[in-house]
Design a protein around this ligand. Structure first.
Ligand SMILES: [Cu+2]
Length: 455
């Protein structure tokens, strides 16, 4: 018998072919290495009389002895993961960031009996699971020793969690970002867009509803597209609890329209508005985002795509022996905005797997995808089956397009790629930094699928 979740997968796979199911399920399993190799730590603190707690950090969990008697407490933390982490008490002392295989000792001072929340304060790590409770018992009681340390991994549970998380795809959630915003065309031909910045509820993955910072209630914000030569006015209404501004990243702009408060304009205060006006001179694949306190406003959701003109697809060229048809028609153009921080966390177009959108095309279709990185980290975007022809970077057409199977997109960058969906199947498409896509509780984050139907 199959579960409803399995049926969902089957539905997806059926869009491609029945035989593709087996391929898709086996293809979607990405092997993650979790153990960074132990490593040589710096050893426990020599703080006299302090109770030392041995704690392990990994993607994304904090494990170890989490009970101590009241009095001086020291944490000796070892990073058994593969990316930097830190350890600290929420609202209190914190270690510095340290890498996989390294250790840090954190003196928490004298702690009174009670419970304390331990976390890793790096963006999105707490939300991903790096939060736990430290219990301090009444002074004088016998210390709980590390013999009650729970096992770091329950492998059978991990196997089950992975299968269950994958079976959820594609999961329905409230809200869809990147929706095309039609401009109001004024008497003089100006294309006017109205966007409102506001804190609204946003469902990142099933059941995970966050207070996102949104444009028009969407993450990413509404997609704006204009033609070369258009006069553009974007009126930004600020309903946020603080000031904001909007920078059109990758668009040629007059100085006073660059969206950098207080350098090029005054801050748009709450309940105020500002009109950005410019002529769309150069074709580009651009984005728009807050510039004021961008470290918080952008990852929390204040970003969207802004396009001038059509994608400069290298029609009629032969690249690496592959002829791109002169009359090539684009069956689907996919914006893929990646983010990794704030309340949204690891996501594609504001959604985390299994809520990411599968893209359904027909065998033989040519597809264009534009990657936009609005996060804080690089993301190597890997499509499992179809080579990606990089034909534009940051909206600039390349004289020499090139084929890859993984496109590494750094913060602020855009890459435009062309793919031909030549083989039916449900082909996984994901960031290849493995802890951006899988964790102890299964698949999550920056994963989706390209579903290629039978001809
Ligand atoms: Cu990534």
């Amino acid at each position: 018998m199959s579960t409803p979740q399995e049926n969902r997968w089957r539905f997806l796979a059926a869009l491609a072919s029945t035989t593709a199911l087996v391929a898709s399920v086996s293809a979607i399993v990405i092997v993650a290495t979790d153990d960074g190799g132990g490593g040589s730590g710096t050893g426990p603190s020599s703080t006299k009389d302090a109770h030392v707690l041995e704690v392990s950090l990994s993607e994304f969990a904090i494990t170890g002895t989490l009970t101590a008697p009241a009095g001086p407490v020291t944490i000796h933390a070892t990073n058994k993961g593969s990316v930097p982490h830190n350890i600290g008490i929420v609202g209190g002392a914190s270690s510095s960031d340290f890498g996989g295989g390294e250790s840090e000792t954190l003196d928490l001072g004298d702690l009174e009996a009670g419970t304390y929340e331990l976390w890793c304060s790096l963006p999105a790590h707490k939300e991903a699971g790096m939060s736990t409770t430290l219990v301090i018992t009444e002074g004088g009681s016998t210390a709980t020793t590390s013999t009650d340390t729970k096992p770091e991994h329950d492998y059978a549970a991990m196997d089950k969690a992975m299968a269950e998380s994958i079976a959820q795809f594609p999961a329905a959630t409230e809200g869809l970002g990147n929706q095309p915003l039609e401009p109001r065309v004024l008497a003089d031909g100006t294309k006017q867009f109205d966007i409102t910045a506001k804190v609204t509820k946003w469902e990142v993955e099933p059941g995970k509803v966050v207070d996102a910072w949104t444009y028009n209630g969407q993450v990413p914000g509404p997609a704006m597209k204009v033609s070369v030569g258009d006069k553009v006015r974007v009126i930004v209404h600020n309903e946020l609890p603080m000031g904001t501004d909007v920078h059109f990243h990758g668009v040629k702009l007059p100085f006073n329209m660059d969206g950098v408060a207080p350098v090029t304009q005054d801050l748009i205060k709450p309940s105020e508005e500002f009109a950005y006006e410019f002529v769309a001179e150069i074709p580009t694949v651009a984005m728009y985002h807050a510039h004021h306190h961008a470290q918080m406003q952008v990852p929390n959701g204040l970003f969207g795509t802004f396009t001038i003109g059509d994608a400069p697809v290298p029609r009629g060229q032969t690249v690496g022996g592959v002829a791109i048809p002169a009359d090539l028609k684009i069956a689907k153009e996919i914006p893929m905005v990646v983010n990794d921080a704030g309340v949204i966390g690891y996501s594609l177009n504001g959604k985390s797997f299994p809520a990411t959108e599968p893209y359904v095309v027909k065998t033989g279709d040519w597809i264009v995808a534009h990657y936009y990185n609005e996060g804080m980290q690089i993301h190597p975007m890997h499509q499992h089956q179809f080579p990606q022809l990089v034909f534009a970077r940051d909206g600039f057409p390349l004289d020499h397009p090139y084929w890859v199977d993984t496109v590494t997109v750094a913060p602020g960058e855009r890459y435009s790629v062309l793919m031909r969906a030549s083989t039916p199947g449900t082909w996984v498409w994901h960031c290849h930094i493995l802890n951006h896509v899988e964790r102890e509780t299964g698949m999550f984050g920056m994963v989706t699928a390209l579903v290629v139907q039978e001809p």
